[in-house]
Design a protein around this ligand. Structure first.
Ligand code: AMP
Length: 113
């Protein structure tokens, strides 16, 4: 297993895990871009949205529900938060394991850079 996020899910390497269930793990980004910066990932090693199968539909819902619950838990649901998913080099994706960035605790510009 050479995927760093798979190793975090398996607790082989340390991370600031804030939530974990049978399908989803969420942990603090090691290089935060906002006061709250949490990565919400499927426990299974899934790739980009455009390669997912219909059978993986339900885990996408679980990721979104977990992100919303964590936003509440982190106290950022009132002021607002942003969910970002990067796919491919133009988007700046570094880790190939599907993940959503949950960002909050400050205001964000639009459009994104
Ligand atoms: P992306 O550019 O969308 O692929 O984002 C990958 C994110 O993973 C970056 O924000 C990194 O800071 C973060 N990251 C990489 N390794 C770790 C780690 N070991 N623990 C927590 N976050 C990490």
């Amino acid at each position: 297993m050479d995927c760093i996020f798979c190793r975090i899910v398996a607790r082989e390497i340390p991370a600031g895990i804030v939530y974990q269930d049978e399908y989803v793990t969420a942990f603090r980004d090691i290089n935060p871009e906002a006061p709250v910066h949490i990565l919400v990932i499927p426990n299974a090693h899934l790739g980009a949205l455009h390669v997912l199968q219909a059978s993986e539909e339900s885990v996408l819902g679980k990721l979104c529900l977990a992100a919303g619950a964590i936003a509440q838990q982190e106290g950022i649901s009132g002021e607002g938060y942003r969910l970002v998913a990067n796919f491919g080099p133009d988007a700046g994706q570094v880790v190939p394991h599907l993940h959503m960035h949950l960002l909050g605790g400050r205001s964000f510009s639009w459009p994104p850079g």
